[in-house]
Design a protein around this ligand. Structure first.
Ligand code: UDP
Length: 330
């Protein structure tokens, strides 16, 4: 099978490429390298089944040409990370809205099954205990740019869904809940690699707000195989499916675990949201997935607990910093 992966130089995209190649498929990545990096794909460098194209998903001709040759399309390219969304709301909207429309229209035109990667951000401020796929979405006003990501990804899901339903072309929407792992960068805000880098450097760990907000981190090593299984399972078509972890933790609790697992002497400091993200930022207090639909469809069962997830990131970041770390791999 020939797969096209948009955003394949990014964190989740690059792990998906590894997985598809290991399954014997041929992979073409299109990525503009705005937040992704060739270092994430270095391990595939000379593989004859792998091709990299540097390009923009807003380029209709480019996208159309790549999709025309494909048997499956995985769309992961997006403007991601809270800092990015807050700093560049217009650019983020264009990529996340028009980019997705371009990719989905090309997939439908060529009748190529497609996956659109979405996010738990679409639930907005809904902090239900176990968000199911049909949970309500609660957003703040458009004057607060942090909602642009949630709103755009919510519309992306509609674009994916309506095109899939009208055309009959298989489509899967995956909703990622705080997926983390090696290769994720903290540069655009993601908390786990930020805390790990801070701990390894012996710098203060910056907990935003009170640290009582809670998240449930999922491992990229659980999520990526689930993506290809969903695409191979007709019962998954034209559905949105939650993917994530099972262990909930407060952000202060996360900081404590990172300090302990790295053996760091970093202090934990609390930073106002305003100082962290600028004026008017609203954080989600809780985001916890119900992944039972993925369980029913493909037997999805997250296997890595929080400590294993943190260790896999510590090993990777420690190697990048050329620094010995006191933990074992995943
Ligand atoms: N966060 C933090 N310190 C940081 C970066 C993030 O305390 O240096 C917090 C952030 O405010 C949020 C949580 O960690 O409450 C998860 O943030 P992330 O950006 O990783 O994901 P999301 O906000 O999308 O859940």
């Amino acid at each position: 099978m020939k797969a096209v992966v948009t955003g394949g130089a990014g964190f989740i995209g690059s792990h998906l490429c590894d997985h598809l190649i290991a399954q014997g498929h041929t992979v073409t990545v299109v990525d503009d390298l705005s937040t992704g990096s060739m270092a994430n794909l270095a391990q595939l460098g000379e593989d004859p089944r792998f091709t990299f194209v540097q390009g923009d998903i807003l380029d209709r001709e480019l996208v159309d040409g790549l999709v025309a040759e494909a048997d499956a399309m995985y769309h992961l390219a997006a403007a991601v990370g809270v800092y990015n969304i807050v700093d560049k709301p217009l650019r983020s909207l264009r990529i996340n809205l028009h980019g997705t429309e371009n990719v989905v229209e090309a997939a439908v035109r060529h009748r190529v099954p497609y996956m659109v990667a979405s996010t738990s951000e679409v639930y907005g401020k809904n902090d239900a205990d176990g968000l199911t796929e049909d949970a309500d979405r609660i957003y703040g006003p458009p004057t607060k740019s942090r909602w642009s990501y949630a709103a755009a990804k919510g519309l992306d899901e509609l674009v994916a869904y309506v095109h899939g339903a009208e055309s009959g072309v298989p489509c899967v929407i995956t909703r990622f809940f705080n997926v983390v792992g090696p290769r994720q960068t903290g540069r655009y805000g993601m908390v786990v690699p930020r805390f790990v880098d801070q701990a390894l450097a012996g710098e203060p760990i910056t907990v935003y707000g009170t640290g009582t907000q809670r998240r449930c981190f999922g491992s990229v090593f659980d999520v990526v195989p689930a993506m290809t299984r969903l695409m191979d399972t007709p019962q998954s078509f034209n559905r949105a499916v939650n993917l994530g972890g099972r262990e909930e933790v407060s952000i202060k609790g996360l900081a404590d675990r990172v300090v302990e697992l790295t053996g760091s002497d970093s202090a934990i400091t609390f930073v106002d949201y305003e100082q962290a993200y600028g004026e008017g930022y609203e954080d989600m207090q809780r985001r916890f997935p119900d992944t039972s639909l993925a369980g029913e469809l493909i037997g999805y069962e997250p296997t890595r607990d929080l400590d294993a997830i943190i260790r896999s990131i510590v090993d990777h970041r420690g190697a990048a910093l050329d620094r010995p770390v006191p933990t074992a791999g995943p």
